[in-house]
Design a protein around this ligand. Structure first.
Ligand SMILES: Nc1ncnc2c1ncn2[C@@H]1O[C@H](COP(=O)(O)OP(=O)(O)OP(=O)(O)O)[C@@H](O)[C@H]1O
Ligand SMILES: [Mg+2]
Length: 469
C-alpha cells in the first residue's frame, strides 16, 4: 500500500515537475527570445511600454487630478454663490425663482429651489470615482448635501439651506475632462503606429541577415548561390561581401586542387598503361605477376585520388526517396555476396545528389563487407531529419580513433597493404558528401557487435534548422 502511494506521489511529482519546467521554458522563450527579430521587437517594445507606464503613472495621473479638481471647484463656486445669495436677506423669496432661472441660462447648470423642504435621511454612500472631486469641493461649501450620478451625462446635487433645498443638475462635461481619453487614444495609437513602422524596418534588416545565413548554408551544402547580393546595413553588407570573397576563394582552391590532381593522375595513367602492356608481353613468372598486381593496385589508387579530387561533380540535387536508393544499393551488394538486413521505419524523402549519396553509402557498405560478416541498415526520421543507421558485426573502431578514420589516407592497420584494407579515402569521401548535403555522420558502437554509422540528412523541404526553404 505504502509503495503504491509512493509510486502515485512520484508520478504526480513528475507531472508537476514537467508542467513547471514547461511553464518556465515558455516564460524564458518570451523574455529571452533567440531570434534576432524577436529580440529587436523586445528592445523596442520594453522601453516603449516603460515610457507609457511612467507617463501614465506620474505626469498623466497628476495632470488629470488637477484638471478634475479645477473643474469641480468652478462648479462648486457657482453653486456656492447661488446658495449664499439665497441665504442672504438681499433677495426676497418671490425673486429667488426668476433670478435662478436667469442664472441657469448663463451658467449651463439646472438649478431649482424648493422652499421649506428638508434633506431626506439617507445612508451615506461612497461616491463614484467620476464625481469624487465634485463631492469634495461641494463639501467644502459647508452645507449638508447629497450627490449622485443620475445617468452617465449628469450629476445631481441637493444642498440643504436654511430656507429649503437647492437642487443642481450638473452636466458631466462641466466636471469631467474627456481630453484625457483623447490623449490616451492618441498616445496608444501613435505607439502602435510607430512600433509598426519600426517593425517593418527591422524586418528588412533581419531579412538581409537571414539571406546571408541561407546563402552560407546552401554553399556549405555544396549548392550554387550565385543569386546572393550583399544588402542591408553596412555591417551586414560587409559580412555579405566577405562571404562572397570567401566563396570565390574556396571555389578557386577547389578548382585548382581538382585540376592539379586530375593532371597528375592523367599523366601517370599513360606510363602505367604502357607498363601494363609491356608486363603482359613478358613471361608470366611469379615476379611479373606480382608486378602486374602492383600496377593494377596503382591504377585503382589513381581512380580513387581522381574521384576524391573531383569531389562534387556536376550532379544536380533532386528530390529522392531514400528507401528506393538504399533498396537498389542493398540489392546490388547482396548479389555480390554481402549479407545485409534492411529495416524501414516509413518512407523518407530528401533533396540530394543521388549518385553521390549512393557513393557515400557504398563506401560504408564496402567497409562492412571488408571488415565484418554481416550488416544491417535502418532508415527513418529523427528530430525532423532523415536518419540512416548502418550496423555491422566486425571489430568496430576504438573510440579514440573515430575522429582519425575520417582523415584522408588514414587506416587503422598501418601496413598500407591492399589485402588488409583500402587506400583510406572511403570515409573521407563519405563525410565530404554527407556534409555537403547539410547532414552529419557519426560513429558509435553497434548493438550487433561492430561499428555503427549514423547518417542524418535534411528532409525534403527543410533546411538544417528545420525551417521551410
Ligand atoms: N566497418 C568497419 N569496421 C572496422 N574498421 C573499419 C570499418 N570501417 C572503416 N574501418 C577502419 O577505418 C579505416 C578508414 O576507412 P576508410 O573507408 O576511410 O578507408 P579504407 O576502407 O581503408 O580504404 P578505402 O575505403 O579508401 O578503400 C579503415 O582502414 C579501417 O581500419
Ligand atoms: Mg573503406
Amino acid at each position: 500500500m505504502i509503495s503504491q502511494i509512493r509510486t502515485f506521489l512520484s508520478q504526480k511529482g513528475n507531472l508537476i515537475g514537467n508542467a513547471v519546467r514547461n511553464v518556465y521554458t515558455s516564460i524564458e522563450k518570451i523574455l529571452f527570445p533567440k531570434g534576432l527579430l524577436h529580440r529587436f521587437i523586445l528592445i523596442i517594445l520594453v522601453p516603449l511600454l516603460l515610457l507609457q507606464a511612467i507617463v501614465l503613472a506620474f505626469f498623466f495621473d497628476r495632470h488629470w487630478d488637477t484638471v478634475r479638481y479645477r473643474l469641480a471647484r468652478d462648479v462648486a463656486g457657482e453653486i456656492g454663490t447661488i446658495a449664499t445669495l439665497i441665504q442672504s436677506d438681499y433677495l426676497p423669496p418671490e425673486e429667488i425663482g426668476p433670478v435662478i432661472g436667469a442664472l441657469n441660462e448663463k451658467l449651463s447648470l439646472q438649478i431649482s429651489f424648493q422652499a421649506r423642504e428638508v434633506l431626506p435621511q439617507t445612508a451615506p454612500t461612497k461616491d463614484p470615482t467620476t464625481i469624487q472631486a465634485l463631492s469634495k469641493e461641494i463639501k467644502a461649501l459647508g452645507y449638508p448635501f447629497i450627490i449622485r450620478e443620475t445617468d452617465s451625462q449628469r450629476a445631481a446635487i441637493t444642498i440643504q439651506l436654511d430656507s429649503g433645498l437647492l437642487h443642481a443638475l450638473v452636466p458631466r462635461k462641466r466636471f469631467f475632462s474627456s481630453t484625457v481619453y483623447v490623449f490616451l487614444i492618441w498616445m496608444f495609437g501613435f505607439s502602435v503606429l510607430l512600433f509598426w513602422i519600426a517593425f517593418l524596418f527591422m524586418k528588412n534588416q533581419v531579412r538581409s541577415i537571414e539571406r546571408l545565413s541561407r546563402a552560407a548554408e546552401l554553399f556549405g551544402r555544396g549548392q550554387t548561390v550565385n543569386s546572393f547580393k550583399p544588402e542591408g546595413a553596412t555591417e551586414v553588407r560587409q559580412a555579405g561581401i566577405s562571404f562572397i570573397q570567401m566563396r570565390n576563394r574556396i571555389q578557386r582552391y577547389l578548382t585548382e586542387r581538382t585540376g592539379m590532381l586530375s593532371g597528375v593522375s592523367h599523366d601517370l595513367r599513360t606510363p602505367l598503361t604502357r607498363m601494363k602492356l609491356q608486363l603482359s608481353m613478358m613471361d608470366q613468372t611469379e615476379a611479373i605477376k606480382d608486378l602486374q598486381e602492383d600496377v593494377s593496385d596503382m591504377e585503382h589508387m589513381l581512380e580513387a585520388y581522381l574521384s576524391f579530387a573531383r569531389g562534387e561533380g556536376k550532379e544536380r540535387p533532386e528530390q529522392t526517396c531514400l528507401n528506393d536508393l538504399l533498396r537498389d544499393l542493398i540489392d546490388k551488394a547482396v548479389k555480390s555476396g554481402q549479407q545485409i538486413d534492411f529495416h524501414q521505419e516509413g518512407r523518407v524523402q530528401c533533396i540530394c545528389r543521388p549518385n553521390e549519396l549512393t557513393r557515400a553509402i557504398t563506401n560504408i557498405l564496402t567497409n562492412a563487407a571488408r571488415y565484418a560478416r554481416q550488416a544491417q541498415i535502418t532508415i527513418g526520421t529523427h528530430r525532423h531529419m532523415a536518419r540512416i543507421i548502418i550496423d555491422d558485426d566486425g571489430p568496430g573502431i576504438p573510440l579514440d580513433k573515430r575522429a582519425d578514420v575520417f582523415r584522408a589516407f588514414y587506416r587503422l592497420e598501418k601496413s598500407r597493404n591492399t589485402h588488409t584494407g583500402g587506400i583510406g579515402l572511403g570515409l573521407t569521401i563519405t563525410r565530404d558528401i554527407i556534409l555537403s548535403h547539410g547532414g552529419s555522420i557519426d560513429l558509435s558502437d553497434s548493438p550487433i557487435g561492430g561499428l555503427r554509422v549514423i547518417i542524418t540528412l535534411p528532409l525534403a523541404g527543410r533546411t538544417q534548422e528545420g525551417k521551410q526553404i
